[in-house]
Design a protein around this ligand. Sequence first.
Ligand code: ABU
Length: 473
Amino acid sequence: LLPSTSFSDLLPAKNGEEPTMQFLLEVVDILTNYIRKTFDRSTKVLDFHHPHQLLEGMEGFNLELSDQPESLEQILVDCRDTLKYGVRTGHPRFFNQLSTGLDIIGLAGEWLTSTANTNMFTYEIAPVFVLMEQLTLKKMREIIGWPNGEGDGLFSPGGAISNMYSVMIARYKYFPEVKTKGMSAAPRLVLFTSEHSHYSITKAGAALGFGKENGYVPLFVNATAGTTVYGAFDPINDIADICEKYNLWLHVDGAWGGGLLMSRRHRHKLSGVERANSVTWNPHKMMGVPLQCSAILVREKGILQGCNSMCAGYLFQPDKQYDVTYDTGDKAIQCGRHVDIFKFWLMWKAKGTVGFEQHIDRCLELSEYLYNKIKNRPGYEMVFQGEPQHTNVCFWYIPPSMRNMPDGEERRERLHKVAPKIKAMMMESGTTMVGYQPQGDKVNFFRMVISNHAATRSDIDFLIDEIERLGHD
Ligand code: ABU
């Protein structure tokens, strides 16, 4: 590209085809180099800088927006720098989040999705994607165990929003007048969820005007399939018995654990899920689909439409020439909706159901390897007893100088500082990343999770060596 070339030389400019192709090939080169390095263990997971350092500008990388156009040469440098100062979440040693990994087919799907640049609200402008979404949601409902995969669903912008949908439709099911008359059309309602459940359930309660008081009318129970920190599974059948007895809506938050439904070895952990009224299941977590890809699945057909439809005449005209039940946008609380389905559909095609099963079984085997490696290793204490149910392995690392300290407040205070200190050093050396948090009365501990298909036993060994190297006092 000539240094003087700018955006105005690209298509749709006259004679714009050649500079456009050159520019895009350069971008592809940047992306493929990044991908190659992501899987190379000699590359760092991150090159950490504090916010003020990035804001001040790093070696010519300037985040400030400009009034005048920049050259395409500079735009390519901006692309390179954006990746350089980011975090390689696909690196085999990135364990920080529930969503990790870089699936190549999923990535291709995401590129195609951006190229198509359409909106999921109507069949009119997204015919193929709408059908893919319908078919994939049906398959997921079949896997849950709902008869003939009947029901409803949507892909939403993440597990928190999927959980919020479940609360909205539960309220609509029991008190449909709330849609038009507001909260005064219902008694004071209350939701039930466990202490370890995801904060999005309480957030949905707050956003939708629910309270927390005794004496309110019970409406909804959330059972978590794979809690965020411990990876624990609530006993769905026992909870379903209570919900049936008291006529309550049962939601299963399987944002993290839903993927285990794909595994014949592990799906028993969600036993009873078919008794739920709604299920959240995030393929962007345990199934390695690129962000974002979260489904809200509902047993009752038509309830999403009933709850959310506003029948905007400019978009959802009833007299279109095709079957307008395929205009699925009015079921959503959003108007514009990103195409999250294609990458998932493409991965399912490429791997088959068995491919997802193998991925999940492998991740669980790796976490078992980690658990067995550290459960009796000097310097480690497990946060909860027994084998983890999911890939979450929660542990304290005790530096040598603390190993003979008696239990007590002084030890707790010191231990609380250990995981953040090691994590900070880890990020500054850029070698690996793992999460930590306190939970209830427990001081900060590491939460290791495995969802990355690139991780191997050697990466688990590396993490442990790194914790010991950085944590040695
Ligand atoms: N939505 C929960 C994600 C949390 C995590 O990645 O650790």
